[in-house]
Ligand binder design. Structure first.
Ligand code: CUA
Length: 355
């Protein structure tokens, strides 16, 4: 990458000095390309890495999709070279007229038979890939409901126990987990690029998919269907965990909230109750039993808050509560900007303590 960066700045300004007007024009072109291409390449290559990239697959299905991408890309490059080569050949080197028989053979062979064969081959290769994503899971089912603009998450174990969570997905590595996806109002699309393909969430129906992580790690999912003002701010973290670690986490997630452990957290809990936060949010084991907003019983242990948009830190929680409408336009949660900074930080300590 540093070579590319160096390339973008290593442009010799004297490379067209003394050229004729026509020559000057020709000599400038490579300079322009060298100026424009490297930054474009950097942008393009940046998409290949990171926690939200289809080209950095850590799911069984994502590996298939990435392979499909590279096969298609390779095929496209070969075809492009072939067509461009033919074009140069017939325009520069073989300008003599072709016989009618040859021309017809070229049109039918190159325009009908060849594309039909290539496309049929690609279809035969890619169609079976769709089936794996629709496969049944190994037992665990995760119900995800798209909300405005966050994710309601319910884990259902093979034994039938249900654990309510929100805005984060945790999965056991090496197991295929089934997802049951729906939404109440808008159409959303559930997508974890590092794990597999996307599936739409449609009001009134339940779409089913399954994913199988093959490595541990933390990744990012994102709503992939435009769903309103804060569509781009509808994300979530995904953690693929060793199966034993996942079991331990799910056991803890199923328990009631821990009581406040500091004076600030205690004051925060009192403010949480006095401001009526429990009308919309649940904190299991307390009087807060609202179901409008995300379940906050273990919000303190999540990787992020606000559906993937802010780090899970006391300051950020205070900012979020104070300025929800600013940070996530048209969000349902009102902003509590009448509270003092101290009160907001107390709330932050309380919620961060709910691990
Ligand atoms: Cu939800 Cu876009």
């Amino acid at each position: 990458m540093s070579d590319i960066l160096r390339m973008s700045f290593a442009i010799d300004p004297s490379d067209h000095c003394g050229a004729t007007r026509a020559g000057h024009h020709r000599a400038r072109r490579p300079g322009r390309a060298r100026r424009v291409l490297p930054p474009l390449l950097i942008v393009a290559l940046a998409g290949c890495q990171g926690r939200q990239s289809v080209l950095n697959p850590i799911g069984e299905d994502a590996v298939d999709l990435a392979t499909l991408f590279w096969v298609m890309l390779g095929g496209a490059v070969v075809l492009w070279l072939l067509v461009t080569g033919l074009f140069i050949y017939v325009t520069r080197f073989r300008t003599a007229e072709m016989s009618r028989r040859w021309a017809e053979a070229l049109i039918i062979g190159g325009g009908v038979v060849f594309p039909a064969t290539v496309l049929a081959g690609l279809l035969a290769y890619s169609l079976p890939l769709m089936a794996t994503q629709r496969m049944a899971g190994d037992g665990l089912v995760v119900h995800v409901t798209g909300e405005q603009w966050w994710w309601r998450v319910v884990y259902e174990t093979p034994e039938g126990a249900r654990v309510v969570s929100a805005n984060e997905i945790r999965l056991p590595v090496g197991e295929r987990t089934a997802f049951r996806l729906t939404t109440n109002q808008m159409i959303h699309s559930f997508w974890i690029p590092a794990l597999g393909g996307k599936t739409d969430m449609i009001p009134g129906r339940e779409n089913v998919m399954s994913l199988k992580p093959i490595e541990t790690g933390v990744f990012r999912g994102q709503c992939a269907e435009f769903c309103g003002a804060s569509h781009a701010l509808m994300a979530f973290e995904v953690e693929a965990m060793a199966p034993e670690a996942f079991e331990a986490w799910l056991d803890r997630e199923a328990q009631d909230a821990v009581p406040p452990a500091s004076a600030a957290a205690e004051r925060g809990a009192a403010i949480f109750a006095a401001e009526g936060c429990g009308a919309c949010h649940t904190v299991r084991g307390t009087d807060a039993i609202g179901r409008v907003g995300p379940d906050l019983t273990h919000v303190g242990s999540r990787h992020s808050i606000g559906a993937g948009i802010l780090p899970n830190q006391v300051e950020a929680i205070a900012d979020w509560i104070q300025r929800t409408e600013h940070l996530k336009p048209e969000v349902d949660m009102p902003q509590y900007d009448h509270l003092s900074r101290e009160a907001l930080l107390d709330l932050g300590h309380y919620l961060k303590g709910l691990e």
